[in-house]
Ligand binder design. Structure first.
Ligand code: DMJ
Length: 648
């Protein structure tokens, strides 16, 4: 069967302005073919000497002019990389860089195919696979198939499709993590469906999986439980953290459920996704910043820890991406996103010493509490998010022409660039591997010499995607070749230090347990695992970073948090937000959009009729369960005070 990988569909909308500029081949003809300066009297010695001197001078002048023109004309183009490559023959063209990434994908994938086909986990050193439960979940194959499609690896896709069709079955007695299964499996299948040109094999499996996940939303509030039994479809409360779900996990299922609803017409998926957002928003997070846990029984945040790293990250990501997914037709999500950006800027951003690297820290005790200068590599997705949030997926130059362009967007974009530079430095400055550790602690002390330090337990590298993800966004939006150069440097270090070659010369890639040192024989300190996001995200974003065809244009696609691309679509009477938020007067001025000269009018959020159905549901859930009500006396009191205030 011939498969349509949809590559032609995904290569639309080339933006010449940010493609590599070709090298000028138009040097004046006379420089190449014939010198205009022939000696007039070759027999006069004196004249000959003068002529030689003159000739030397003119040649030098000519060479200087050529150099000057090349430097000022060619190097001033927005993408000087191509010229840079020509003048530095050791550096490959970006097309070559892209095929090197594809080659790494194929080598890594073939090793998985040979030694662990179908298994959920791959140990490339032992050359063994294993499953997480009694049957495979397709963790590797489903997460990776769209990368293989994008890279046009036809035979590998064919084998993966066959496995999905014949061997993948989600109905078995095993508890899976709701969020991971949604973003990797559901996301992977939906994206494969689209990129394959609507091959039903993928959608059928996606629907089957979604049906197995449905029970997680049956909590008192609609906030999903952290796990679910695939066979019974019953949600399972977290055994730790007082039963709380991670905020990022609860708020990172929306793109997947909404796209599923769009494809199947099953509105209930859409409603489940929206309900979560409505319940979270009813907490009225201060400055748009949220604690990293939420209780599915009460819908209230639990604990105070605020961060953009683990358990917090993709909450912020999906605020913006829900707005982009529905073609910017639901400003509610943009407002929530913008508030959170202001909150981050005001509460979480600092500069390191001595090099003033912009970083995002954490608030262990919430707003008003002490600031911790710790930053997970996971936070590095935020640079790209800020950039695409500022331009809505248009190139920066195009965005600046729009009437909605304003100071906030310009500042968000700059912040995104600065943060991405910091993330690049988390690779570049780490000897000997040039690879980032999992976590760094930034330095604000003016007596110290280094911008960040790495604690012993944080030295590992799981080949995570976040930095190259941001480099991809920033290159697409600016056309600035430095993002490609940084990405290529990171890629080369992945190849140099995470590549494993067995005795047959077969290649695979592994995580590292320590990026700051090597074994005594000079070999890297491998961790015997290849994460599925190495295939699904890291190599995909690198491939797209070096892509000159604008595959998967950001004006038409939104990537889920696991890098699975979904096409944007429009809302309709059934598929729309369906709820309104209560505007808190205290945050109004902060989300007001300041217009630039000649720009759009400020969009001041209007107070909306209050939909108090959530409060009512929470109240009745509390009534039904007196234990919960007792546990949450404080929360109830606060809620009542808020309601009274509102009535006043
Ligand atoms: C991925 O599974 C997703 O990007 C998720 O949102 C958080 N991080 C990992 C990769 O680092």
């Amino acid at each position: 069967m011939s498969l349509n990988f949809g590559i032609s569909n995904i290569s639309k909308g080339n933006h010449d302005s940010y493609k590599d500029k070709p090298v000028s081949k138009s040097l004046p003809l006379y420089y190449k073919d014939k010198s205009p300066f022939h000696p007039r009297n070759p027999h006069s010695k004196r004249k000959q000497k003068v002529f030689m001197l003159l000739k030397g001078f003119i040649y030098s002048l000519g060479l200087y002019i050529v150099y000057y023109l090349a430097r000022n004309h060619l190097f001033s183009s927005s993408d000087s990389s191509h010229v840079f490559q020509i003048f530095n023959s050791g550096t490959p063209s970006w097309k070559t860089a892209q095929s090197e990434v594809r080659q790494a994908m194929l080598e890594s994938w073939h090793s998985y195919e040979k030694y662990a086909w179908g298994y959920d986990v791959y140990h490339p050193i032992k050359e063994q696979g294993e499953n997480m439960g009694p049957q495979p979940l397709g963790w590797m194959i489903v997460d990776s198939i769209d990368t293989l499609m994008i890279m046009d690896c036809k035979e590998e896709v064919e084998r993966a499709r066959k496995w999905i069709k014949d061997d993948l079955d989600y109905k078995f007695d095993y508890a899976v993590n709701t969020f991971e299964t949604t973003i990797r499996m559901l996301g992977g299948l939906l994206s494969a469906f689209h990129l394959s040109g609507n091959d039903d094999v993928y959608l059928d499996k996606a629907v089957g999986l979604a049906n197995s996940l449905h029970g997680v939303y049956d909590s008192a509030t609609g906030i999903p439980y952290s796990s679910v039994n695939l066979k019974s479809g019953v949600g399972i409360k977290n055994h730790m953290d007082g039963g709380a779900s991670s905020t990022a996990e609860a708020a990172t299922v929306q793109l997947e459920l909404k796209y599923l609803a769009k494809l199947t017409g099953e509105v209930n998926w859409w409603e489940k996704a929206e309900k979560v957002m409505q319940v979270l928003e009813a907490n009225k997070p201060q400055d748009g910043l949220v604690p990293i846990y939420v209780n599915p029984d009460t819908g209230k945040y639990q604990g105070n820890l605020i961060r953009l790293g683990s358990r917090g990250d993709s909450y912020y990501e999906y605020l913006l991406k829900q707005y982009l997914q529905t073609s910017e037709e639901e400003p509610l999500y943009y407002d929530l996103y913008r508030e959170s950006v202001e909150g981050v800027k005001n509460r979480l951003v600092r500069k390191s010493f001595p090099n003033e690297l912009t970083f995002i820290g954490e608030l262990d005790k919430g707003i008003g509490g002490p600031f911790s200068p710790k930053m997970d590599h996971l936070v590095c997705f935020y640079g790209g998010l800020l950039a695409v949030g500022a331009t809505n997926g248009l190139s920066l130059d195009e965005a600046k022409q729009q009437k909605w362009w304003n100071e906030e967007r310009a500042s968000d974009f700059k912040f995104g660039e600065e943060l991405t530079y910091t993330c690049y430095k988390m690779y570049h400055d780490v000897a000997p591997t040039g690879l980032s550790p999992e976590i760094v602690v930034f330095n604000e002390d003016t007596t110290k010499e280094h911008d960040f330090k790495i604690k012993p337990l944080d030295r590992h590298n799981l080949q995570r995607p976040e930095t190259v993800e941001s480099l991809f966004y920033l290159y697409r939006l600016t056309g600035d070749a430095k993002y490609r150069r940084w990405g290529y440097e990171i890629f080369q270090n992945f190849v140099k230090y995470t590549k494993v070659v067995n005795k047959h010369g077969e290649v695979s890639f592994a995580s590292l347990s320590d990026v700051t040192s090597l074994n005594s024989d000079g070999s890297p300190k491998y961790k015997d695992n290849t994460e599925s996001f190495w295939f699904a995200e890291t190599l995909k974003y690198l491939y797209l970073l070096f892509d000159d065809e604008n595959k998967l244009p950001l004006t038409e696609y939104v990537f889920n948090t696991e890098a699975h691309p979904f096409p944007k679509f429009h809302t309709n009477d059934h598929l729309k937000t369906g709820w309104r938020r209560k505007i808190d007067e205290s945050v109004k001025p902060k989300i007001r959009e300041k217009p630039v000269k000649g720009g759009a009018k400020p969009q001041i959020p209007q107070a909306q009729p209050v939909d108090d159905s959530i409060e009512k549901e929470v109240e009745s859930a509390l009534k039904e369960n007196p234990k919960l009500a007792k546990d949450d006396k404080e929360g109830k009191k606060k809620k009542l005070n808020e309601l009274v205030k509102e009535m006043e």
